[in-house]
Design a protein around this ligand. Structure first.
Ligand SMILES: [Mg+2]
Length: 343
C-alpha cells in the first residue's frame, strides 16, 4: 500500500509541480509564494487554473503505453509513444512546446505513422543533433517520471526504457543520462530505499559517472551549499539544459527534505530558483512525491489538477484520478511482467 502511494505520488507530484510552476514560467509573474498558485493558470500556454502543461501532457502519452506493463524498449511500444507525441503536435493538443521538440515534430508532421515511426523520429533527432550539436534540452526529462514506475524490480530494464524513450527526441547522451538517473531515483524511492548519487550512476557507462557525480554533487554538503547559492539565481539562463534542470530539482528536494514542510518547500524552492519554473518544479515534484507519497500532497492541489490530452473514450479532460490509475497500472503491470521475464 505504501509503495502504491509513492508510485501515485511520483505522478501526482510531477503534475502538481508542473501546474504550480506554470504561472511563473520565464518570469510571467514574480514568484513569492505557492498560496493560491493552483488557481492562477496562464503561463506560456495560457493554461486554465489547475491545468498541467506540456511536460505532463507528453508524459501521459508514455503512460498510456506503460499502463499495460509492456516493455518500453520494444519497437512496437516506441512506435506507439512516438505516434502519441506526433498526434499531440499535429492535432494541436499542445499550447506551448519546447524549441527542440517543436523542430523535431514539425519535421515529422507529414509522416503517415506506424510502423517504424519511432526509428524515423530517433533518426530525425540524431540528424538535428548532428546539425546543431545542442540537443540536451530538458524536454525528455520533463516527461520521464512515469518511466521510474515501469519496472520497479529491475534497475537495468528501467534504465533501458528511460534511454529508449529519451532518444526518440533527444540524441545528446546527456538527455538520456539525466532521464536514467531521474527514473532510478524514483524507482528506489517508491520501493522505500535510500539512494546516493554514487550508486545511481552505476547505471551509466563507466566514463560517464564522474561527470554526473560532479554535476550533481549532492553527497557533499559543502559543494551542495555553494551549488545551491549558484543555482538559486532565478536569472540563471541554463534552466532549459537537462543537467541544470535535474541539478536544480535535486537541490530543491534536498532543501525540502531538510525542512518541516518537505512537499511545499521542495516545490517552492524549485520555482524560486528557476526560469523554466514548471519543468524544474515538475521534476522536483516527481522526486518528492515518490519519496513522500501521494497522501503527502495537499488535497486542494490534487483536487485542482486537470489537463490534456482528453480521455479518448469519453472526451473529458483528465484529472488526478486518471493520473492515479495510470501510475498504479504502470507499477503493478510492470511488476507482473518483469517477474515472468529473464531478469
Ligand atoms: Mg511546460
Amino acid at each position: 500500500m505504501e509503495q502504491m502511494d509513492r508510485a501515485e505520488g511520483a505522478i501526482l507530484g510531477q503534475a502538481v509541480g508542473d501546474m504550480l510552476g506554470v504561472p511563473f514560467e520565464f518570469a510571467n509573474h514574480t514568484f513569492t509564494s505557492l498560496e493560491g498558485a493552483e488557481l492562477k493558470g496562464g503561463g506560456l500556454g495560457n493554461y486554465a487554473p489547475g491545468e498541467w502543461s506540456d511536460d505532463t501532457q507528453m508524459m501521459l502519452y508514455i503512460a498510456r503505453v506503460s499502463a499495460n506493463g509492456s516493455d518500453l524498449t520494444s519497437g512496437d511500444c516506441l512506435d506507439q509513444i512516438a505516434a502519441g507525441f506526433l498526434s499531440w503536435y499535429t492535432d494541436g493538443v499542445f499550447t506551448d512546446i519546447g524549441n527542440q521538440t517543436r523542430v523535431l515534430l514539425a519535421e515529422l508532421a507529414g509522416d503517415d505513422g506506424l510502423p517504424g515511426l519511432s526509428a524515423r523520429m530517433r533518426q530525425a533527432a540524431f540528424d538535428l543533433h548532428a546539425r546543431t550539436g545542442r540537443t540536451a534540452g530538458n524536454g525528455a526529462l520533463m516527461r520521464n517520471a512515469i518511466i521510474g514506475l515501469t519496472r520497479l524490480g529491475d534497475p537495468l530494464a528501467t534504465a533501458a526504457s528511460a534511454r529508449a524513450v529519451a532518444e526518440l527526441t533527444h540524441a545528446d547522451p546527456l538527455a538520456a543520462e539525466s532521464c536514467i538517473i531521474h527514473a532510478e531515483i524514483i524507482r528506489r524511492s517508491v520501493l522505500g530505499r535510500g539512494w546516493v548519487i554514487e550508486d545511481i550512476v552505476d547505471l551509466l557507462a563507466e566514463d560517464r559517472r564522474g561527470f554526473w557525480i560532479e554535476a550533481l554533487a549532492m553527497g557533499d554538503e559543502s559543494v551542495s551549499s555553494s551549488r545551491e547559492r549558484f543555482l538559486a539565481s532565478p536569472t540563471n539562463p541554463d534552466d532549459g539544459f537537462t543537467v541544470i534542470t535535474l541539478t536544480k530539482a535535486l537541490v530543491a528536494l534536498a532543501h525540502g527534505l531538510r525542512s518541516q514542510t518537505p512537499m511545499t518547500t521542495t516545490i517552492s524552492t524549485a520555482i524560486a530558483m528557476s526560469n523554466d519554473t514548471d519543468t524544474v518544479a515538475a521534476v522536483a515534484g516527481s522526486l518528492v512525491g515518490a519519496h513522500l507519497g501521494a497522501s503527502a500532497i495537499a488535497t486542494n492541489w490534487v483536487a485542482a489538477l486537470n489537463g490534456l490530452p482528453v480521455d479518448p473514450a469519453t472526451g473529458a479532460r483528465l484529472t488526478a484520478d486518471d493520473l492515479r490509475t495510470l501510475a498504479r497500472a504502470t507499477a503493478v503491470n510492470g511488476l507482473a511482467d518483469s517477474r515472468t521475464s529473464d531478469h
